[in-house]
Design a protein around this ligand. Structure first.
Ligand SMILES: [Zn+2]
Length: 439
């Protein structure tokens, strides 16, 4: 009978099981059989089980000559995980490719596939893309999490009154409505919310996006793709033959494209909804000018800007009440007594137990958030309408910081005020709002 040596303690693997990819049922079985015997199997199980327990949506593995760096993106925030040494990383990647029915010897060409997994009662789909890069190889794993994501603006944290105003803006014709967000920061979430808000009223709307522009995200369902700024006009004219009620233009970054959207929108008397990168609603107005619109055009055609930032939502299962520091409150502009209860993420320190050898035993992670302290996201929104304040700002040609002050002074709530409201509701933490306001 074989005995285990003391230097090799048995690692208890999480009960994550896989269904491999394959072109035939036999190949699926064969791939899985090979995976189960492979030296990389425990490494893949440990990595992916940790990822799904923390509700990780994206895993990025960067292979360099020395090591493999590991990054998890959880609710829009990247975390560095402990790196793997290169031989361990290579074993893991070979197993991962086998699960995907990809060629594990191929380290240069781009390969893409997916496989399924199950941990306890939860099912996951892992989409894997590998690509050789000058420094080695880059692997991206996008995980479909079995968790409902908000698709309605109200569920994303938009106040009901603002939702009503946005819906009213979506009914105006013609005009330009802007959705402003930062890439990777819930831009696609706000986009879905606007579409959902529009859907209630409109029979037919189309999303128009540039092929390949939506790199690490899911391409919108029912979207129409265009190839380049050169073909944009022709493609858009073809699209208009379908008589859509309104068109959403995803990620507009080129003056040439914005110009054509404006001209065609005005000529066809339609509402054009464009998504642009900006940190605030007012910054989006300045961005429109950088992209070539004149102040007069903005004044005439812009009907509004909906800006969105996303914040991690405190896990309601494990968040804790606490007394924050007065200085921190002053910095955020929270008056004493304005917020009744403050919450923060669970702090395991006082619960730490020690085993018989004096080693600390961490408490079991929260079953909902996996010990992250946050679970899902909530949104903050700024709504800018084409009102007298905006008119004054455009006419006076103010610099952005002065304009921002003027806009706030006119009583328009900014992300800071909306964030304080979210803290007051216990939705998010002070740290999370500070993180957002810094970026
Ligand atoms: Zn929790």
């Amino acid at each position: 009978m074989a005995t285990k040596t003391k230097s090799q303690p048995e690692v208890v693997l999480p009960a994550l099981s896989f269904k491999a990819a394959g072109n035939t049922p036999v190949q699926v079985e064969l791939n899985l059989a090979k995976v189960l015997k492979s030296p990389g199997y425990p490494i893949v199980v440990l990595l992916l089980a940790e990822a799904v327990q923390k509700w990780t949506r994206l895993v990025v593995l960067d292979f360099t000559a020395q090591q493999v760096s590991v990054k998890f993106q959880i609710d829009g925030v990247w975390s560095d995980m402990p790196p793997l040494d290169r031989p361990t990383g290579d074993l893991m990647l070979a197993t991962l490719k086998q699960l995907c029915n990809l060629d594990y010897r191929e380290r240069d060409a781009r390969q893409e596939s997916s496989f399924q997994g199950q941990l306890e009662s939860r099912k996951y789909k892992f989409h894997v893309r590998t690509q050789g890069v000058p420094t080695g190889e880059r692997v991206l794993i996008r995980i479909d999490l079995p968790r409902a994501e908000a698709t309605e603006l109200a569920a994303m944290g938009m106040r009901p009154k603002v939702v009503e105003r946005v819906k009213a803006l979506l009914q105006q014709r013609p005009g330009l409505l802007v959705s402003a967000a930062l890439p990777g920061e819930g831009a696609s979430m706000a986009w879905k919310g606007l579409r959902a808000a529009g859907d209630r009223f409109m029979s037919d709307f189309i999303t128009f996006e540039q092929r390949g522009a939506v790199e690490d995200d899911v391409i919108n369902v029912g979207s129409v793709l265009y190839d380049s700024a050169e073909t944009f006009s022709t493609d858009l004219q073809k699209l208009l033959l379908k008589e859509p009620d309104l068109i959403f233009f995803s990620q507009v970054r080129s003056p040439q494209i914005l110009r054509q959207i404006m001209d065609i929108g005005v000529a066809s008397q339609r509402l054009m909804v464009v998504q642009i990168e900006a940190r605030s609603a007012l910054e989006a107005v300045y961005r429109l000018q950088i992209l070539g619109l004149t102040a007069a055009e903005i004044q005439q055609h812009l009907i509004g800007v909906v800006a969105h930032r996303s914040l991690r939502r405190l896990c309601e299962k494990c968040r804790e009440e606490f007394e924050p520091d007065a200085n921190v409150l002053a910095k955020l502009g929270i008056r004493p007594g304005r917020v009744r209860n403050f919450y923060k993420t669970f702090d395991p320190a006082p619960y730490t137990k020690v085993d018989s050898k004096g080693n600390a035993i961490p408490p079991p992670p929260c079953p909902q958030c996996g010990g992250i302290g946050y679970f899902g996201r909530t949104g903050l929104f700024e709504l800018l309408e084409n009102d007298d304040t905006l008119k004054a700002i455009l006419q006076q040609k103010r610099k952005y910081p002065e304009a921002a002050q003027q806009w706030r002074a006119a009583g328009h709530p900014t992300f800071r005020e909306e964030g304080v409201a979210a803290i007051a509701l216990g939705l998010t933490s002070i740290e999370e709002l500070q993180r957002l306001l810094k970026t």
